[in-house]
Design a protein around this ligand. Structure first.
Ligand code: M6R
Length: 612
């Protein structure tokens, strides 16, 4: 949540900051701001409530901020409502120091009260302001900026990635990190900080990832990174493989639509490096029998859509590996008492690799002696770095807040992992294995087939976009799929929607079905199709309007019961949800479009959730 960009160079900072903020806006879009130090050493700040476009207009309509060094921020409000004052950067009362910050300072009230007693006057409701006021306070006392920075870091508790400017040091920017992502970007006579690699794609592809406890001093001519004891570090530099065009709309109306359409390619890129000579290869795991040695249960831990992937994985991995598999919400996992230890394997799934709850679950699992395998999209992200094993989904940058291509690649990779482990542990018949390999190869093509009939989804969307409440029902893998379909619809269209295991409906929820209620009935899991059909009939006989999704092989059984039918190709049952999610994504997209919603940036949300 929230995005940070910082630049130190020999050219004007503001255009680079604004470009970076535009690429970061998906991380938070309540307010935005920039600060620079001008050639004559003045600290200047402009910030405003609302989207980045509001800040741009402000900068255009007033004197533009000059200076070759600057920091910028796009905010997702935690402490204090979104308004001009609470927007970052925050400035100390002496107007010497400016700070942008991601994360939460947990002991901010105690620090704020003690500074108020010392006569400091606060102007915002944010936790961040204590950082800058405390910095100015220590700087006044110690007269050394880095001494003051370390004094602040020793005093604050919580999570932070921060960029700092001080008008006494007009050529330098300071950065610090703990429990929130921050990276350094390197250029010629220019260097950067950013909370997210996408902010830098147009500027540089060479980066270093800051670790917790590290600080950095960045100038146009160089970067120095220090550990928590202030020793200078030699940091490894990494080359980013993503292309800048992958993070641009490329002619599509929305990032979400572009990302839906990119799924065949994203899935192909995720599958093909892991298929060779008719076998699944997972070099990243070294030795699967070593990984699974003494493992008697698996936890799949994630949030939101990644958790829904975990639900699919629960059904699939239990079937393939014959051990208990539990899908857990990361935010609950860390506060329940999971049976961790050496006999538990924990699989953490995350697109961003920075979701705080998932990260905390990972740390808890490691602390208790479990091996952690992560499935992550963003290379070099915290979850990827801290897990014992990492499998990357090659989805490329995902910008729309509603995940699509990350979800399908996560699911494909998790299923491949299950099949791979089953094969290594002799848990799958050769014949079934061969079918799955063949169908994995054909999967990208089949996704294209499902997508290539947008009229069907558009038609259904224009028929139902005015409904206020929608139920998704399904059994087994279709139930897991319904969770995702329902989340997609509600997060971007703001229609109330719930997903139910179809057999559970009559234990309470069916009382909500009345004439005209829309039910999206998923019947792609063939072993249970008759039972799903009975559930469709039950809701229909209470007046529900039904959109059914099923496979081409059994459509004749279902179609007479539904007002609309989405038909997808039949593949191996474990791979079926990868195809099944596509109509649900497109239906949600077109419903939101019909309702005039802000599809890529739905209200109250942010792409990457780095607070608890
Ligand atoms: O980056 P992560 O995969 O860890 O994010 C997890 C969830 O926040 C994410 O899937 C969220 O639910 C999406 N907005 C859903 O579209």
């Amino acid at each position: 949540m929230c995005g940070i960009i910082g630049f130190a160079g020999k050219t004007e900072a503001v255009p680079i900051l604004l470009d970076g903020l535009e690429r970061l806006e998906y991380r938070g879009y309540d307010s935005a701001g920039v600060a620079t130090i001008s050639a004559d050493g003045r600290l200047q700040v402009k910030k405003s409530k609302g989207r980045l476009s509001v800040l741009r207009e402000l900068l255009d309509s007033q004197n533009p901020l000059s200076g070759n060094i600057g920091i910028g921020h796009t905010r997702w409000a935690t402490h204090g409502e979104p308004n001009d004052t609470n927007a970052h950067p925050h400035v100390g009362q002496e107007r010497k120091i400016a700070v942008v910050h991601n994360g939460i300072i947990e002991n901010y009230l105690e620090i704020k009260n003690s500074l108020i007693r010392k006569g400091v006057v606060f102007s915002s409701d944010t936790d961040t302001e204590v950082i800058v006021q405390l910095l100015e306070y220590y700087y006044r006392k110690k007269s050394d900026l880095m001494d003051a920075v370390y004094a602040v870091l020793n005093r604050i508790k919580g999570a932070y990635a921060m960029g700092i400017l001080c008008s006494d040091f007009p050529g330098q920017m300071v950065a610090a990190k703990k429990d929130a992502p921050l990276l350094i970007g390197y250029g010629k006579n220019k260097n950067y900080i950013a909370s997210d690699v996408t902010a830098l794609l147009a500027q540089t592809k060479t980066v270093s990832y800051m670790e917790d406890g590290e600080t950095a001093v960045i100038t146009a001519d160089g970067v120095q990174i220090f550990d928590r004891d202030r020793f200078l570090l030699e940091k490894e530099k990494h080359l980013i493989e993503w292309d800048v065009s992958a993070a641009e709309k490329g002619g599509y109306a929305h990032f979400m639509l572009k990302e839906i359409m990119e799924q065949p390619e994203a899935v192909r890129k995720t599958i093909s490096p892991r298929l060779a000579d008719g076998e699944i290869v997972m070099e990243e795991l070294n030795n699967a029998s070593e990984l699974m040695k003494n493992i008697s249960r698996i936890y799949i831990v994630a949030c939101g859509s990644a958790y829904h992937v975990g639900m699919t994985g629960k059904y699939a991995l239990e079937r393939l590996l014959h051990i208990p598999v539990e899908a857990c919400l990361a935010s609950e996992f860390r506060y329940s008492e999971p049976l961790l230890g050496e006999s538990a394997l924990v699989i953490v799934i995350s697109q961003s690799g920075e979701t705080l709850d998932s990260m905390a679950a990972l740390r808890e699992a490691k602390r208790k002696g479990s091996k952690v395998l992560s499935i992550v999209n963003v290379m070099g992200s915290s979850i990827a770095r801290e897990a014992d094993y990492v499998l990357y989904t090659w989805a490329g940058p995902e910008i729309a807040v509603a995940t699509t291509k990350a979800y399908t690649t996560q699911m494909t990779l998790l299923l491949m992992l299950g099949v791979y482990l089953a094969k290594q542990l002799n848990g799958i018949e050769q014949e079934e294995y061969a079918v799955i390999i063949r169908e994995l190869q054909d999967l990208p093509e089949k996704i294209s087939v499902v997508m290539n009939d947008p009229d069907r989804y558009q038609k259904a969307a224009s028929r139902y976009f005015n409904h206020n409440s929608v139920f998704y029902i399904g059994r087994n893998l279709d139930y897991a799929l319904g969770l995702e379909g329902s989340l997609k619809l509600k997060e971007i269209s703001y229609i109330h929607s719930e997903s139910y295991a179809a057999g559970e409906l009559k234990h309470g929820t069916i009382s909500l079905i009345e004439p005209g209620t829309l039910v999206v009935a998923l019947a792609t899991y063939e072993p249970l199709v008759e039972k799903s059909l009975s559930n469709i009939v039950e809701v229909k006989s209470r007046g529900a309007e039904v959109i059914a999704m099923t496979t081409e092989r059994i459509v004749s059984l279902i179609e007479s019961q539904a007002s609309e039918v989405f038909v997808i190709p039949k593949v191996h049952s474990l791979l079926q949800p990868v195809l099944g999610v596509i109509p649900l994504q497109l239906f949600a997209y077109y419903v939101a479009l019909n309702r005039g919603c802000d599809i890529d940036k739905p209200r109250n949300l942010a792409k990457s959730v780095t607070v608890e």
